[in-house]
Ligand binder design. Sequence first.
Ligand code: ZN
Length: 482
Amino acid sequence: MHSRLTGEVPRQASVFVVEQRGLYMRVAVGLVLCMLLASIPVSSAQSDSSEEEAWPGDPVDSHVHMTWAALTLEVNEWADDYPEIVDLTSIGQSELGRTLWVVRLSNWSMDTKFDGSAKEIVYIDGGHHGNEYLGTALAWLSAKWYINGWAEGNQEAIDVLDSTELHITIMLNPDGNDIDTRWNINQVDLNRNYDHYWNTCPTTQPGSSAFSESETAANGVYMNTVVPDADLYVTMHTGVWIMLYPWGKWPEQPSDWELYHKIREDVQDNISSIPIQNANQGLYPNCGTSRDYGYGVMGYPTFTFETDDEQFVPGSFENLNDRLGEEMDVMRFLINDVWYWRARLSVQSLSMSQDSITLTVDNGARASTANATLQYFDADGMLLWNSSFFGVNASSSNTTSLDATNLSMVDGGTFALNYQVRVVDSARWVNEPVEGIEVQIDGEEETSFLIGYGLFNPVTLMACFVAVAAVANERKELEDEA
Ligand SMILES: [Zn+2]
C-alpha cells in the first residue's frame, strides 16, 4: 500500500544534486545545549520593515504573489550574501523544468553541535497548492527569519543554526504558482499524490499513481535520502486558520497522540490560540497527503500549517513579519524545541544479579517509545545479548526487570539501548551506548563501579567496562571453585 522510496526516480534523477550531508551519528549524549526556551524575546527582525526584508512579491488580484523567477533571484542572493549559513540546492525539477529550490540553513562551519553530537534536523515545505500564497510565504519567512537573525546577531537564531539543520523547500509547485492554480501543470493535486493510502478516499485529481508527478516524487526522494532523521516536518498551506496533525486518512488519534497533545497544550497555553487537531476531524478525510506520508512512512512528527484565507488586499501591503508573526512564533517554538519531539532514553541505574538485570530508564523528551531493548556487545561490536522489549512513556521513568540468564559478560563488553524514537511503526530506530551510570553487581558495594566520571572519554569507559567484566568473571570463577 505504501513504501519508502529508494532514490530511483527517473525523471529528476539527473538533476537530483543534493548530497548526503554528513553522517548523522546519533550518539545521543543527552546534553541540553539546544533546550531553548520558546520565550526568547522577539528580535528586531520582526518589526523592522526595511527594504531588505520585503517579500519579493506583488499584490495580484486578491493575493500577494511571488513568481518562481522572483524566488529564484531571492534565494540565490541569500546564498551569495550568507554562504556560512545558506546552502542552496535543489530537490529536483517541476514538470515544466523549474528548479525546486531547497534552502538549507545551519552553521556550516560545524558538521555537528559543539558537543560533537548530531545536529537536529527540521524539514519544511511550502506551496504544494499553487494558489495558496500565504503558505508559500510562511515557508519563505521561516528561512528569512533565521537568516536575518543570524545577520543581526540574534541569539535565538544563532543557537538554532549552531544546533540544527533547517531544510526548507519554499515553493514545491512553481508551475501552478505562476499561473495561480491549486494544481500542478498536469492538473494533479500534489497533496493527494503521495504514496500513503493513495487514492483510497473521496478525493479529486490525485494523479495516475502515487508519486506520478515530478514535484512529489522529488519531495519523497529528498525525505528518504537527505532528511530521513528529521524530528519535525511542517508542510505549509492556506485555508482555514488551523494546524493539523495526522491522520487525514483516519479519524482516530495517531500512535503518538501524547506528543501531539503536549505540543498543542504548549502552543495554546503560551503562544497562540490556533486550533490544533487531527486532519481528518479538523478538516475533512483526506489521503495521499505529504503529512500522512511524512508520519506514516517516514515516521516524522508532522504538521500541516494552514494560515487563514484572508489574503492581502491590493494597496494595503503588509510586512509579512507583521502578517504572519503569530504563525512564525509557533514555528520558532517547534524549531527551538525540536530536541524534544522524540523519545530520548537515558539509563539511570543498571543492577545485575546472576539471572536478571534491574534497569531504570528515564525518557527526557516528549514522545513515548514502545519497544526498547537493552543490548550487550563485545569489544568488536558484535551483539551478544538482547533483552526483552520494554516501553518508556514520554517524560517519565520506568524500572524494569530483565531476564539475563543468557547474558555472559566479556572483556570490553558494552551495553546499549536500542529503540524507536516514536511509537508509530515507521519511526526510526536508534542505538545509543549506555554511558555514565553506576553498574551494581548483586548489590554488593565492593563490586560497584562508577562508570561515568569519564563521560566523554572512551578510554575511561572502556576501562570501566573491562573492570565490570573482570569482576563478573572473577565471581564466576569463585562460584565454579565452590
Ligand atoms: Zn493546500
